[in-house]
Ligand binder design. Structure first.
Ligand SMILES: Cc1ncc(C[n+]2csc(CCOP(=O)(O)OP(=O)(O)O)c2C)c(N)n1
Ligand SMILES: [Mg+2]
Length: 589
């Protein structure tokens, strides 16, 4: 790493101001060292929302740049939810953990939802926020404005600690390198997740030796792999089952895992249920993709493979047979973060999903001849049932094109519009999965099971940043769009020229909340009232105008028959003009 000669800033505790001396730079501010080390471990971007704790970071950026020290690209995030969502989306697209930097406790508080989402979905990221200066005078970096007092907390980390795998407060400048290495390794170890470091201003201002910055990364992430005996037993159980079933929720890991699951399901005739799937594990038109409903598959199964699913079914409704052998795959099949989660688990296969699926496919190979009679018996019957389920979903969607439209109609029209393109659909109470025809492992993402809304708009931007040629379509409810701080997100989309396509499914309400009331009290007072309390968003703002305020291409669609044409124009716009577009679609409550 080249380090140019030049001038450096020393500081004097006594004088409380920096002193500039012309000499060979042997040090860099701890703030600059931190940024440089992030680049060394593999961070491409720092999604940052700065504050008065940032002078040593901003000075460090300029200092490192002037010395040709390689840094991640810092991006200005006008709201922290956008920073967290973009880091989340960037990881989904690339598999690479990114950094988020926020302002002391208040910025960190705005990061909390994103941290909860990342923790639930095992998304690694390095989260940093400043710590208000501890000293009131006499030390460089000490408090200068009243917020120095107002932002002090006894336990700042408590704001996000439960969502983080590891946290620490930087104490000495010379710790920067080893702590960044450790933070990155822990975030990327199985199961992955966010880590947090708080950065006191005085420490960030201190000089850190430069020569350590280029040292090789000293800590590798720890990867779990399944126990050999457990793998063999799982393979035998699945292969010998008469009615095996697979439940997948968080995808198949990567392209290889996706391909392996498609082979495994097809060649072994095992139905795959994608209940509340936040990522796609199997193409929606695969002959074994039986849709999103656990029934009747769960009641029929004598062996179930649960692929990385937090809540593979609803125990209140769905009951596996008492003699059913249940195998779980996952980075943490027990999901130990969650106090209550009692899905039966006869065999646990720990490890990265893709690798475990591939290992299982191989281990099942030896049982194939013995299993052929069972496979041949069930295959045609399951294929026929799959086709009926898929046809039913498409027919239902086709019937929803009158005004106002159904969400399923929007899905179907979107599916036709993006057919044949390298596209990703995100859905946050947006387009439902069943009418979509999607074929690859990066084609579908639903909001995290932690449900911290406001996720899909920034996550889509993070994906677009990582993969500029991909058509990224974020579909979301009107409520979810408002949760995303749309003014901040549109600012980012315009500033970074991220040509995301947003589809707002506007039912002028929090429909999910209303449905939940009806689920518990179908004949209750709320169900019978003219206007259910605490669910209406009427009058919704003019979403088209919000997008146009940031000069995005925007249209509203009220009639189902107009939607295909508008979606085609929107896709032409984002792929041709390469700037963002928004389509507001009026859908049924
Ligand atoms: C940050 C946050 N606050 C509140 C909720 C509770 N919540 C769950 S669904 C929902 C309504 C979503 O409305 P919208 O996006 O319009 O979709 P719809 O249900 O109308 O289809 C709300 C408020 C949440 N999940 N996250
Ligand atoms: Mg709504």
């Amino acid at each position: 790493m080249p380090i140019a000669a030049g001038c450096i800033w020393h500081y004097s505790h006594i004088m409380n101001k920096p002193v500039r001396t012309e000499t060979e730079p042997r040090t860099i501010t701890a703030g600059g060292a931190l940024l440089a080390r992030l680049k060394t471990v593999g961070v491409d971007y720092i999604f940052a929302n700065s504050g008065t704790d940032f002078p040593p970071i901003i000075e460090g950026l300029a200092e490192a740049a002037s010395s040709n020290i390689d840094l991640p690209t810092p991006l200005i995030m006008p709201h922290e939810t956008a920073a967290m969502g973009m880091a989340h989306g960037y990881f989904l697209a690339t598999g690479k953990a990114q950094a988020v930097m926020a302002h002391t406790n208040v910025g960190l508080a705005n990061c909390a939802i994103g941290a909860i989402n990342a923790a639930t979905e095992q998304i690694p990221m390095l989260l940093f926020s400043g710590r208000t200066p501890a000293t009131e005078q006499g030390r460089f970096g000490c408090r200068t404005v009243p917020i120095g007092w107002g932002q002090e907390m006894r336990d700042q980390t408590a704001l996000i600690r439960e969502a983080c795998k590891w946290d620490y407060e930087l104490r000495f400048p010379e710790q920067v390198v080893e702590l960044v290495d450790r933070a990155y390794a822990i975030a990327n170890s199985t199961p992955c997740g966010p880590v947090y470091m708080s950065l006191p201003r005085e420490v960030l201002c201190e000089p850190c030796p430069r020569e350590v910055l280029g040292a090789a990364v000293q800590m590798a992430p720890a990867q779990a792999a399944p126990n050999a005996a457990a793998l063999a037993e799982a393979a035998r159980s699945l292969a010998q089952a008469k009615r095996p079933a697979i439940f997948a929720q968080r995808g198949a890991g990567d392209a290889e895992g996706f391909a392996a699951l498609a082979r495994l399901a097809g060649e072994w005739a095992i139905p795959v249920v994608q209940y509340w799937a936040i990522q796609l594990a199997l193409a929606t038109d695969h002959e074994m993709a039986v849709g999103i409903d656990p029934e009747p598959w769960i009641s029929e199964a004598d062996a179930i493979l649960v692929i990385d699913a937090l809540a593979p079914w609803s125990p209140q409704i769905h009951k596996p047979r008492p003699d059913c052998k249940i195998i779980h795959i996952g980075g943490d099949p027990l999901y130990a973060r969650f106090p209550v989660r009692n899905f039966r688990e006869d065999i646990a296969l720990v490890g990265p999903t893709s690798e475990v699926i591939q290992a299982l496919e191989q281990a099942m190979g030896g049982h194939r001849t013995a299993a052929m009679a069972n496979i041949e018996e069930r295959a045609p019957e399951i294929r026929a049932r799959t086709a009926a389920i898929r046809d039913g979903a498409i027919e239902k969607a086709k019937s929803g094109g009158s005004s106002p439209m159904t969400k399923e109609w929007v899905s179907l029209c979107l599916s036709d519009t993006i057919a044949g393109r390298k596209a990703t659909v995100l859905s946050e109470l947006g387009c439902p999965l069943p009418p979509l025809t999607l074929h690859d492992h990066q084609s579908w993402y639903q909001e995290p099971h932690s449900g911290g809304l406001g996720w899909s708009f920034p996550a889509a931007m993070g994906m677009q940043l990582a993969d500029p040629d991909r058509l990224v379509v974020a579909t979301m409810g009107d409520g979810s769009y408002i949760f995303a701080n749309p003014a901040a997100c549109h600012q980012i989309a315009e500033a970074l020229r991220l040509p995301v396509l947003l589809i707002i499914l506007n039912n002028r309400e929090w429909g999910a909340v209303r449905q939940s009331v009806l689920g518990l009290y179908p004949d209750g007072y709320a169900a019978r009232s003219n206007a259910m309390p605490l669910t209406s968003l009427s009058p919704t703002p003019d979403f088209v105008q919000i997008a146009r305020a940031s000069r995005a291409w925007a249209r509203r669609v009220e009639h189902g028959e107009d939607l295909p044409g508008v979606l085609r124009s929107a896709v032409r716009h984002v792929t041709g003009k390469k700037t963002p577009a928004l389509v507001e679609v009026i859908v049924r409550p």
